[in-house]
Write a protein that binds this ligand. Sequence first.
Ligand SMILES: Nc1nc2c(ncn2[C@@H]2O[C@H](COP(=O)(O)OP(=O)(O)OP(=O)(O)O)[C@@H](O)[C@H]2O)c(=O)[nH]1
Length: 324
Amino acid sequence: MQSSGEDNSKEDSRETRAGFTAVIGSPNAGKSTLVNRLVGAKVSIVTHKVQTTRFQVRGVMMRGDAQVVLVDTPGIFAPKHRLDRAMVKSAWDGAEGADQIIHLVDASSRSHKIDDKITGADKNTLKDDARIIADLKASGRKAILALNKIDLFDRDDLLPISQELFAEGVYSDVFMISGLRGAGIKQLADFIAEKMPAGPFLFPEDQAADMPSRLLAAEVTREKLMLRLHQELPYQMTVETENWERFKDGSIRVDQIIYVTREGHRKIVLGKSGRAIKDIGQQARKELQEIFEVPIHLFTRVKVSEKWAESRERFSAIGLDFDV
Ligand SMILES: Nc1nc2c(ncn2[C@@H]2O[C@H](COP(=O)(O)OP(=O)(O)OP(=O)(O)O)[C@@H](O)[C@H]2O)c(=O)[nH]1
């Protein structure tokens, strides 16, 4: 159609960029705080209270015409199984520099450089960071070093810490930041946005801010499905949050589709007289209310489709495996 052709060319003239940035670091390095800073206020609703490691897109940062999907990659460097190793390897190979890695280091775990005092927690953090550095060395990839919590230090004291880390030879750039107070965040955000490859947005722009909430909600429902039906159903099943609507009274309406591959699986998910899906929905709604601390109206539908395979492929191509 003539008119839609015109619309498309208008769309095309906007040069968008989009890609993935992994934020890695020891527990307590400040990953959630940093992601919230980069993305904006809306994500914090997701990250507080939740075991954030269980889902892997942490946030979607919009900056000008760039979209940066901030991801966790637990196990990206330490895959347990051979199959995982192969997948991780192909994910990195396929990424070809399109992805970036931010290694977030808690500067306070290294303050013994200044005061000679080292705690047990510091020791664990140093061990975690040493492992990440060793893995970066082995992978041959360069990361961005973000030295965090600089608000706790004098600038002069930070220099020996950053120099020592940079000497490891695994970092391309160094940023001194405070996720909590905001120092250095604008520079870091501009830098990673600038590095995104040209291409269409990975998530619709108007949904980007809600995307982590949508994914988390899908993950909660999937967990309830697995808990109830793991013996009857194979894992070929995915949950998608197709609609996420906030109302003025604070409540949220969530519409989800559960995709299964066979009619027989659909019947299992529904259960006798719809009992199974009803229980699963109730449990999911309860947990979502606890997470978001507002009333949730959850509507689920079950569809037979190959769609799960498509989305799995799309995400596993960049090393995310939220469906197994
Ligand atoms: N002083 C200071 N504290 C910070 C900063 N960033 C984070 N923190 C604190 O460090 C603690 C851990 O922060 P989180 O963002 O939860 O760190 P995380 O463990 O990497 O994130 P999760 O993996 O999601 O748990 C919290 O108490 C934060 O308030 C910072 O820039 N300065």
